[in-house]
Design a protein around this ligand. Sequence first.
Ligand SMILES: *Cc1c(COP(=O)(O)O)cnc(C)c1O
Length: 406
Amino acid sequence: MSEVTNTPAAQIDSIMNTYQRFPVTFVKGKGSYIWDDTGKRYLDFTSGIGTCNLGHVPNSVKNAVEAQLQELWHCSNLYHIPAQQKLADLLTSNSFGDQVFFCNSGAEANEGAIKLARRYAQKVKGTDAFEVVTFQRSFHGRTMATLTATGQSKIQDGFGPLVPGFRYLPYNSVEALSEILTPQTCAVLLELTQGEGGVVPAKKDWLQQLVAICKENDILLMVDEVQTGMGRTGKLFAYEHYGIEPDVLTLAKGLGSGLPIGAIVAKGEVAEAFGPGTHGTTFGGNPIVATAGVATLTELVETDVVQQAGELGAYLADQLQELAEDYPAQVKEIRGIGLMQGIVTEGLAIDVLNEAREQHNVLLLVAGPNVVRLLPPLTTTQSEIDQVINVLKTIFANQTEGGKSL
Ligand SMILES: *Cc1c(COP(=O)(O)O)cnc(C)c1O
């Protein structure tokens, strides 16, 4: 029996079965590469789901966090935290926002944004509006309010009753824009490129019309940039591509380079709705994670890494487009922005992932059953992109010969 309890499988049993994990254990990362416990090296085009935007264990963040580890880890938000103040200053000076609330994850940032929108409507504007409009196939998190905000029934299944006050419209539909407003509507919450829902960029015309409706009717425009933010799309924030100004921005994934930190960035008049005691978190923006955030954001704004990400993203998109032309029976569409690209496949995306990982030591993601998603670090290179394109070519060519997805 002791033999059995000492196997890795027995250890995995003590973790709840919420992830269908791939049979790999990673123990080390540097830059675009990650190593498993047998010493095998993989080219990582997932960045820990769009989180390690500067690559694994980037020196600038590592050094800053190591120094902070010597000084103070946690003191709670009852006191001033210098790194948190610095990160808030950096976020507001590099965005439309005036004030920031720090939390621990993307779901928590969106949860807080939903609370902020309701409180702004009720306490600042003095209305009884509470409804938040979101979109079909969106993803906003796994807490009760954010899974309700998420326009995917598979995320909500078995968790009812859901939180009241959400309504879903089709994404990118100009016709449906007439349905945004009801007397109860207080905010619109959306991703500017839907990530988990299949890598679907917002159409410019549609978004500009949506923004105009929000502005004319004093409805808050809240952009969930948990995945698109922090340079991912070739701008620091994706909203910059559209020439729009949101009222609220949520961040997490790339903000701490892999340390857990999220943020709500808001315009001053909106942020005013949160006074002392209205919202809080014990860990949010603690000295360690805030230090990681400062080092990450400093690197993003003081070097040309974001601009390079935009150029590399355009190169990746071009290469993928060629691939789609070469393998029309396997690849239906390429879509995305910057270093957030999706390959819509005829066959199952998971088959491509498994082959890339097992045969070619390349890590990719899915975004739904038929979309292969690529989220390389912003620090990737043209030659790494070429490697991944070649791997994809091999995989799609094999599918042609094997007749798997013809
Ligand atoms: C990942 C993600 C979230 C949830 O973030 P967590 O840190 O997992 O809670 C929310 N919104 C978007 C757009 C995301 O990609």
